[in-house]
Write a protein that binds this ligand. Structure first.
Ligand code: HSE
Length: 307
């Protein structure tokens, strides 16, 4: 096999109370990438569609992660990368992570899988760091492992796979404005009050327990963020209205997806998710901001080969 086509999924990082450590994988929303083995040594980005991104591999997220893997092997051939971006950069649903994991997942497959998923995440972190100027893996891990993942530590990298309740669906509102992750990180406080930390880790622990036990009421009670949301929500137009509309329509809870502007909502069941999407849409329809809404089952497979 010399060529592989991939679906590289969008992801939701943070999940309210799990800043920088928790994430989950979406279905149906993601980039496509083609990775090809070629005779000439090196990494080459030969085609990009859907976004204005650099072709120089050292300046491109997919290229940087590919170079990290390439430096770890000793081969007399190279790789070409084609990127078909469907996830807008700066949308908050893991656009850079999808690019970063696509190249390394595809190369690993063409090399007959010398690296495990944790090692692939380590290569991909190098690409993600180019985009967000910090090494975090809360989008990369769910894109590669699927489902919910908890990044226990970045160095050394340790990823825990958290079970996904069967009937859990996500609604993603993507207002089409751009928020750069690096800027959304820069507005966060360096120090936080102990009382907020206590609330946050209580919610985080109970969310993890709720996911293990498929306890939807406890998921609902745990989806709160008292640390990051107060700062970042100001960047998202009609944020409070969206959260309120989702809650009234029966959502388990909502929050900022990654660094925004996308907003995620978790729901029990597809019908509930569709009802929530309708109410959220009503909030944005009267604004002059273009937006997309996706209803997605949690994708427990993660990145996959499509050809
Ligand atoms: N945890 C990161 C942040 C995710 O919120 O800054 C960025 O997508």
């Amino acid at each position: 096999m010399n060529e592989i086509r991939l679906f590289s999924p969008a992801t939701v990082a943070n999940v309210s109370c799990g800043f920088d450590v928790l994430g989950f994988c979406l279905d149906g929303v993601g980039d496509e990438m083609v990775i090809r083995k070629i005779e000439k040594k090196g990494i080459y980005i030969t085609h990009i569609e859907g976004a204005d991104l650099p072709y120089d591999p050292k300046s491109n997220v997919a290229g940087v992660s590919a170079l990290a893997l390439y430096e770890a092997i000793d081969v007399d051939f190279g790789f070409e990368i084609e990127i078909y971006k469907k996830i807008k950069p700066g949308s908050g649903i893991g656009s850079s992570a999808a690019s970063a994991v696509g190249s390394v997942f595809g190369m690993n497959a063409l090399l007959n899988k010398p690296f495990n998923t944790t090692q692939l995440t380590e290569f991909a972190i190098k690409g993600e760091a180019l985009a967000s100027q910090c090494e975090h893996a809360d989008n990369l891990a769910p894109a590669l492992f699927g489902g919910f993942t908890l990044v226990k530590s970045v160095s050394p990298l340790q990823v825990l796979e958290i079970p996904t309740p069967d009937n859990l669906f996500a609604v993603i509102l993507h207002p089409q404005i751009e928020i750069k992750t690096a800027e959304a990180r820069a507005i966060l406080p360096r120090d936080i009050p102990l009382s907020d930390a206590i609330t946050q880790w209580a919610n985080f622990g109970s969310l993890i327990h709720a996911l293990h036990t498929s306890d939807y009421d406890l998921i609902k009670a745990s989806l709160r963020d008292v640390i990051v949301e107060p700062y970042r929500s100001r960047l998202i137009p009609f944020y409070d209205e969206v959260i309120q509309a989702a809650a009234q329509a029966g959502a388990l809870g909502s929050g900022i997806s990654g660094s925004g502007p996308s907003v995620f909502t978790l729901c029990e069941g597809h019908a509930a998710a569709k009802a929530v999407a309708k109410q959220i849409e009503a909030v944005y329809r009267n604004s002059d901001i273009a937006f997309d809404i996706h209803v997605s089952k949690i994708n427990t497979q993660g990145i996959k080969v499509i050809g």
